[in-house]
Design a protein around this ligand. Structure first.
Ligand SMILES: [Zn+2]
Length: 364
């Protein structure tokens, strides 16, 4: 780990050095243009917002360097207001975690089953809204493809943003262990999915073994890989749908490739996306600010330039704007193409975003 990190740090310094202007015969020549920085905001559109309020708000966002919005629900008014201020407007969609009553009633058999044989349809883990679909069922994939297709047919939608695109947390972030009174130092069967008949038979067809015959399924590397691939298949199928509309597809994911695989079976560096927003919420993991830089470094390293990484920052995790400034700088200086803010950014936050972007670019 240490050697890889230092290797990455060295590589980044190399890139940064190459981007510095140098003087030749008194004339400044820039070897490479400064990387364009693009920031995002996650938001739930409020129908009470007026057109005038939205025009003012999105203009302020643009001036601070925000270039795209992820809207948690469909609101044509908000999408068009954002686009009028030169922001991209993307639809943020809960993907595998689907608690809508209509679906629960119509297709309880689509829901994931844990290692104890319990279904998310009637026995959700941790919280009532945790209703995870099984990614191996063809009907589930078709349902999701149809939904993405319907969303992207709308002319005011610039892209799809996948959230909850993973399995249920087999391990929760450590700051939640107290809250739920669970010590998850190992994978517990009630949080380990999916052991439905379709997953079992597909695994058996692939590796010739019934997962129920494996003494420690939580230690089976093939079983892990099978589940990474199940979600990868969903994402990459949805990416084909987005591609057919020539629209963007991005996702909100766990903070680093390693944490994502370990805690939620999410193998996001193998997805065919146009961008990714790891939720680098340092407070959730009881980490210090500096860890934002570590997480970005790891993600950028394993993405190997396939698509840009935007560091998801949780505004409530920052004690003040000075900390936020540092967090944004850490993300940009370690290779993020921008940040995505969770929380409602007021003018002071927007000012901080703009200042931290400028100071980072001066250092790069
Ligand atoms: Zn299943």
């Amino acid at each position: 780990m240490t050697s890889r990190r230092s290797f990455v740090a060295t590589s980044l310094l190399g890139v940064a050095a190459a981007a510095q202007p140098f003087k030749s015969a008194g004339k400044e020549i820039t070897l490479a243009p400064k990387k364009a920085v693009k920031h995002w905001v996650w938001t739930n559109p409020d129908e009470k917002d007026t057109e005038a309020e939205l025009a003012t708000r999105y203009k302020q966002y643009y001036e601070a360097g925000v270039r795209g919005m992820f809207f948690e629900s469909d609101s044509e008014k908000h999408f068009r207001a954002a686009k009028a201020q030169k922001l991209e407007a993307h639809r943020w969609m809960w993907t595998m975690n689907r608690g809508e009553k209509s679906l629960l009633n119509a297709h309880p058999e689509w829901y994931a089953i844990n290692r104890k044989g319990e279904s998310c349809a009637d026995k959700p883990p941790y919280v009532d809204y945790y209703r995870w679909l099984c990614p191996s069922k063809p009907e589930v994939l078709q349902y999701l493809k149809d939904q993405v297709n319907t969303i992207l047919q709308k002319d005011y939608v610039d892209g799809i943003h996948l959230d909850y695109i993973r399995f249920c947390d087999v391990i929760l972030p450590v700051n939640l262990w107290d809250k739920y009174k669970i010590e998850q130092t190992k994978e517990l069967p009630e949080y380990d999915y999916c052991y439905c008949d379709v997953c079992r038979s597909k695994f058996k067809a692939w590796r010739g073994t019934d997962i129920k015959d494996i003494q420690f399924p939580e230690a089976s590397l093939s079983w892990r890989l099978f589940r990474y691939n199940a979600i990868n298949n969903v994402v990459n199928s949805l990416a084909v749908v987005a591609g057919s509309h020539k629209k963007a597809i991005t996702a909100a994911v766990f903070p680093t490739p390693e944490v994502a695989r370990r805690n939620v079976r999410q193998d996001w560096t193998n997805w065919n996306l146009t961008g990714i927003c790891p939720m680098i919420y340092h407070g959730f993991y009881k980490e210090k600010l500096e860890w934002i830089g570590d997480a970005v470094t790891e993600g950028v390293h394993f993405l190997a330039g396939r698509f840009p990484l935007y560091a998801g920052l949780y505004l409530s995790d920052f004690a003040n704007n000075q900390e936020l400034h540092k967090g944004i700088e850490l993300a940009l200086q370690h290779g993020a193409a921008g940040v995505s803010l969770f929380g409602t950014p007021k003018q002071d936050v927007l000012d901080t975003l703009k200042a931290a972007t400028t100071s980072s670019q001066k250092m790069m």
